[in-house]
Design a protein around this ligand. Structure first.
Ligand SMILES: Nc1ncnc2c1ncn2[C@@H]1O[C@H](COP(=O)(O)OP(=O)(O)O)[C@@H](O)[C@H]1O
Ligand SMILES: [Mg+2]
Length: 318
């Protein structure tokens, strides 16, 4: 079943100086229980898409369906009590602490919340739930946002850069928490994050958005199969490695070297070239000796997606 459907979504922002096309006719859908990663460089249109799904924008064109029902994208969604979301504005009640914020939101949106669960998550994230929001650092405010997104038994979690400002240990604890939650409740997760290694572990499907358009949407496993192969080779001598480097440059000029030391090299190569290269490294000798050791991996999500991040100043481009 499709839990979120977005069809031909368009959103322009009009400022005094110019008109910005933030989301340029995008369509996608997310199935129940999917862990969907929504990736792309800053300014690509991720937050705009999320805010449209939540009915937090005006002047949106297109069609959005949530849990099987069409919603008006220019009106706050009636499904707010089914959706865990990190609100942009936590500062509305600066003297409230984390628990009071959760209570406040639960009344506002009719969300039943589980106090023990909130306290447990706060403990794991190392957040003091008794301190007022106004006294908290940016990272700790972000933790309060996470608590509000996880406070109820939601069908859908929409997480827009949930780990921004958190330290690395807390970032991985966060991914552990949502993984456990998703496995327990089979909720649908829609997440934007620049932590590609965590996204790679957590998500089963990803879309990448760039300049307001979706440029890739695929299962992680498929992406990795058709993505570049990473070869790590070890030679007995530096002379062997140097001979190999010359061979690589002449036979496979498209290979990209990631690292190189005295007798080791790591590089990426297209899947089509894999077979020929494998043949040669097992048959050929380099400076009189066979290769000492080798390892082949699918390239990481980071390698696959880095090319989409390589744009300068996307905000300036448009
Ligand atoms: N309130 C706004 N007014 C004008 N332009 C905006 C506004 N919000 C976002 N934008 C512009 O829309 C584009 C998409 O922004 P956004 O959806 O926030 O991207 P992302 O979340 O992927 O970083 C950017 O060019 C951004 O500058
Ligand atoms: Mg954003």
């Amino acid at each position: 079943m499709e839990v979120i459907q977005v069809n031909n979504l368009v959103k322009y922002y009009k400022t005094k100086k110019k008109v910005v096309k933030a989301v340029d006719d995008i369509s996608f859908s997310i199935l129940k229980g999917e862990r969907f990663g929504f990736l792309g460089p800053n300014g690509a249109g991720k937050t705009t898409t999320i805010r449209a799904i939540l009915g937090l924008l005006r002047g949106v064109k297109g069609e959005i369906t949530i849990l099987g029902e069409k919603i008006n994208p220019n009106k706050d969604t009636v499904y707010r009590n089914h959706i865990g979301y990190i609100p942009g504005e936590l500062g509305l009640e600066p003297e409230f602490n984390a628990i009071q914020i959760c209570k406040y939101l639960s009344e506002l949106y009719d969300i039943s919340f589980n106090l023990d669960e909130i306290k447990n998550i706060a403990k794991r994230l190392k957040l003091d739930v008794n301190r007022p929001i106004q006294e908290l650092s940016k990272g700790n405010k972000q933790k309060v946002g996470i608590l509000t997104a996880l406070m109820g038994d939601f069908d859908i979690l929409i997480l827009d850069e949930p780990t921004a400002g958190l330290d690395p240990l807390i970032q991985s604890e966060f991914f552990e928490i949502i993984k456990e939650r998703q496995e327990k409740t089979s909720c649908t997760v829609f997440i934007c994050s620049h932590l590609l290694s965590e996204v790679e572990k957590f998500c089963n499907r990803v879309a990448i958005i760039r300049n307001g358009k979706i440029v890739e949407i695929s299962k992680i496993s498929e992406l990795k199969e058709k993505g570049l192969k990473s070869f790590q080779l070890e030679f007995t001598s530096n002379a062997g490695l140097m001979e190999f480097v010359q061979y690589l440059e002449s036979q496979f000029p498209s290979a990209s070297v990631k690292s190189q030391s005295v007798n080791r090299i790591e590089f990426l190569i297209t899947p089509e070239n894999k077979r020929n290269l494998l043949h040669d490294i097992s048959e050929m000798q380099w400076a009189g000796e066979y290769i000492k050791d080798f390892n082949i991996n699918n390239s990481s999500l980071e390698d696959i997606f880095m090319k989409y991040y390589e744009i300068d100043n996307p905000e300036e481009e448009r």
